[in-house]
Design a protein around this ligand. Structure first.
Ligand code: ATP
Ligand code: MG
Length: 599
């Protein structure tokens, strides 16, 4: 495992050059080619205009030296110079704006791609990537990528076209001999920079990974703060966290170190260039091979070359980082959803029946069968009770109905059509699901319920709240429906959360309602009330109720008892009470316990 990972990194380093990042982003550049063409042309024009002032300066010096300067000429030169500044200013604004707004667009575009991808993913994906890591990818990494589309393009143009223009001006209009001599340090620089680039890519990848892990830890610590406190684990948690931040620190320092080496190395080579330019240039002037004005112009050009030379380094740096980040993001978006829509989905108008035939299933990566040869016939309007020991497979059955996992054997058929031939959107549009560990969003109660029906009015909301037996609790909430529930609903009690989740499912009035142990945190009387409401409201619609309290299913048309993924008993409450099985045993026990409490 570790080996293949290292090999991967190695291949990435050697296999594709840093310019790959532009190729990998071609979908973006192709879409915005006009914007980039304009930006690059404007940048080139601005650079070209920037080449004129040193020429003017050299020309002026020569005119003075040869005593041919007139007031008229000087005025013309000054006015020309001012005009150039204004034009340069305007054009610079244009390329700067178009180029850097491109980067912002890329970031937004990639982020919505990523979010879109996240929403399509199944539990296996979220089992593989942790939240903090995904967050790092959708923030830090996207930033690094968008940098290539702005600053990266700028440095690319400056370090190629602008550098060539400068060299051409120095060579053609002044002296090739001097130019070549002064640029001797350049190839050395290129070699060194390439070496740095490879190291940066590797170190940056590691630093980003460490950041992702730390992110995840922060998330978990915050989310689990109550558990941490309850178990007096604050010290250990802090210690663990310190280790992570240290790791991030060390890895970023490694990046900083190599970053810091960049500039001094460049400075030495640039200094060398200058020495040659000035020394050899002065000699050529004394030897009458060029004028003093030329020497001044040449050295100003040499000074202007510093930026493009730096730009080479920056370019390598940015592209390596962008490439590393893009690989990370592409790895995420390249993850194929293991459950997807059929190519040509069939449609079903009415969910008249729901049939399970020999359903057998193992979670990916496990050997045992969590469901084994399960068959069940459900007619529209039926209420099905599912009971059984913890770990028996109740939730698993619901997950398969929601098509959260691939690899199921046997069939689930909706009105004689295989579930796999239906679009995920249609399946999910029928289902109202109250998961065992319900999810609250850090919004108001109203918004939490409107997840079930986005245009639900307050009247409708109050109605389902009554069904879910939540109206009494509402009176205690400070702002009624507008009460904010806090992150994951921290301001609500466990039972209140459950009932908000119930209301959310009720408001959808779904064809198939799935209650997975959804009344475990409410007292028996409330449960009885909710069930009474359900029986009235859902006469013609299908309801599944999984529970540990038998009282939640006694009213069901059909009850199945699961054990190790198999149906071991089934029938109505009355039928099951006639057998001496697990169901009767549990029921009697729970009734006795209840009587004991009431006494
Ligand atoms: N994502 C998963 N990957 C691997 N195994 C899993 C996964 N989820 C559940 N299992 C296993 O599948 C079996 C059935 O789990 P399931 O959640 O369906 O039980 P359950 O009947 O709903 O239990 P409970 O009453 O505690 O909710 C258990 O042994 C469990 O450990
Ligand atoms: Mg369960």
């Amino acid at each position: 495992m570790e080996r293949t990972h290292q090999k991967e990194i190695k291949e990435r380093l050697e296999g594709d050059g840093m310019f790959q990042v532009f190729k990998k982003l071609d979908w973006f550049f192709k879409h915005y080619w006009k914007r980039y063409l304009f930006a690059i042309l404007a940048l080139i024009v601005a650079s070209a205009i920037g080449l004129i002032p040193p020429k003017l300066a050299g020309y002026t010096i020569d005119q003075i030296q040869f005593d041919s300067m007139t007031t008229q000429l000087l005025t013309a030169l000054i006015i020309g110079y001012l005009l150039l500044i204004i034009i340069h200013y305007a054009i610079s604004f244009l390329w700067d704006y178009t180029l850097f707004s491109g980067a912002v667009i890329l970031e937004r575009w990639s982020r919505s791609n990523l979010m879109d991808h996240f929403t399509k993913m199944t539990p296996t994906f979220f089992g593989k990537y942790r939240t903090g890591d995904l967050m790092a990818r959708s923030t830090n990494d996207l930033k690094a990528i968008s940098l290539t589309a702005g600053f990266g393009v700028l440095t690319l143009v400056d370090s190629s076209v602008f550098m060539l223009m400068l060299v051409a001006m120095m060579g053609f209009t002044i002296s090739w001999k001097l130019t070549l001599a002064a640029l001797l340090p350049l190839p050395i620089m290129a070699v060194i920079m390439n070496k740095y680039g490879a190291v940066i890519h590797a170190r940056f990848t590691k630093a980003q990974q460490a950041f992702g892990e730390m992110n995840n830890d922060v998330l978990e610590s915050i989310r689990g703060v109550r558990v941490i406190r309850a178990f007096v684990q604050e010290k250990q948690d802090l210690k663990r966290f310190k280790k992570m931040t240290d790791d991030v620190y060390v890895k970023n320092m490694e990046v900083a170190k190599i970053d810091a080496l960049f500039e001094p190395t460049m400075k030495i080579l640039v200094g060398l260039s200058y020495t040659i330019g000035l020394g050899y240039g002065a000699f050529l002037v004394f030897d009458n091979q060029m004028t003093l004005g030329d020497l001044v112009t040449f050295n100003v050009y040499l000074g202007m070359l510093i930026w493009p030379m730096f730009a080479v380094g920056e370019l390598i740096n940015i592209l390596q980082r962008g490439n590393a980040s893009l690989d990370r993001v592409n790895e995420t978006t390249g993850y194929k959803a293991d459950v997807s829509d059929p190519v040509t989905p069939k449609t079903v108008d009415a969910v008249e029946s729901l049939v399970f035939e020999g359903v057998t299933f193992s979670y990916p990566g496990t050997e045992t069968k969590q469901l084994n040869n399960l068959s069940l016939n459900v007619k529209r309007g039926d209420t099905i009770g599912i009971v059984g020991k913890t770990g028996a497979g109740k939730t698993t059955l619901f997950k398969l109905l929601l098509r959260q996992y691939p690899g199921m054997l046997g069939n689930i058929k909706v009105a004689d059509v295989d579930l796999e031939d239906l679009s995920l959107a249609q399946i999910r549009s029928w289902i109202g699901y109250v998961p065992q560990d319900q999810m609250m969003f850090s919004k108001s109660i109203r918004e939490n319920i409107q997840f079930g029906k986005s245009d639900a009015t307050d009247t409708e909301i109050f109605r389902v709240m009554e069904l879910a037996h939540f109206l009494n609790d509402m009176k205690q909430l400070p702002n009624g429906l507008d009460t904010q529930v806090g992150e994951s609903g921290v301001t609500l009690s466990g039972g209140q959360k459950q009932r908000v989740a119930l209301a959310r499912a009720f408001i959808k009035d779904p064809e198939i309602l799935i209650l997975d142990d959804s009344m475990s945190a409410v007292d028996g009387k409330t449960e009885a009330n909710i069930i009474e409401h359900l029986r009235r409201e859902r006469k013609n619609k299908t309801t599944f109720i999984a529970a540990h309290r038998m009282s939640a299913v006694t009213h069901a048309d059909h009850i199945i008892v699961l054990d190790n993924g198999e149906i071991v008993e089934q029938g109505s409450h009355a039928e099951l009470m006639l057998t001496e099985g697990w169901y009767k045993q549990q029921y009697v026990q729970q009734q006795l316990a209840k009587a004991g409490v009431n006494e």
